[in-house]
Design a protein around this ligand. Structure first.
Ligand code: HEC
Length: 156
């Protein structure tokens, strides 16, 4: 009986550890033939994140235009708006599908928009702020090189 309950405990701990690994670290992913990792989402989840992405691009467009005009106040305002203030609580189901690396990179990107706003305000220097935008965009290009979204059950 003792041996049995020990075995049961080991199995249980294994199941919990596996569940935690799947939920927090691995996410719901599939290998693809274009070299990126596909994150499997429902169509709604994908549409929601892609909407956020288009928001990112609009922010980067606005920041670039303002940099060209030397308008660092607008740069700081746009950066702050896309910073940690813009982070909304995602539904648990979606959090469970996103790999840890993806979540970390996403959160870091919002933090870098805060930093960009700070650089614009504190340095008042267009070249320095442009360099910070270039660095920030390494997060965009890095993540895009590694991941894509596929819709669950769409037969891909
Ligand atoms: C944590 C990962 C990650 C980061 C960081 C990220 N993206 Fe994305 N983005 C994606 C993925 C994944 C897609 C979907 C690509 C696919 O399915 O082919 C995407 C798609 C997009 C799209 C297409 C939207 C559409 O409607 O199809 C745009 C535009 C975009 N991203 C802009 C940006 C910009 C600008 C940044 C940086 C400020 C950024 N993204 C940062 C992961 C990321």
């Amino acid at each position: 009986m003792k041996k049995f309950s020990l075995l049961l405990n080991v199995i249980l701990i294994g199941v919990i550890a596996y569940g935690g690994y799947k939920f927090l670290i691995q996410g719901s992913v599939k290998a693809t033939d274009d070299g990126r990792t596909a994150i499997m989402l429902t169509a709604d989840e994908r549409d929601h994140i892609l909407g956020d992405m288009r928001g990112f691009l609009e922010t980067v467009q606005g920041i670039t235009e303002a940099l060209g005009q030397g308008d660092l106040k607008t740069v700081a305002d746009l950066g702050t708006a896309a910073g940690s203030a813009a982070v909304e609580a995602a539904p648990a189901a979606l959090i469970g599908k996103l790999p840890l690396d993806f979540k970390t990179l996403g959160m870091d990107t919002h933090g870098l928009f805060d930093d960009l706003a700070k650089t614009a305000t504190e340095s008042g220097d267009v070249a320095k702020t442009t360099a910070a935008l270039g660095d920030l965009m390494l997060n965009c290009t890095g993540c895009h090189a590694g991941y894509r979204f596929d819709v669950e059950g769409a037969g891909k």
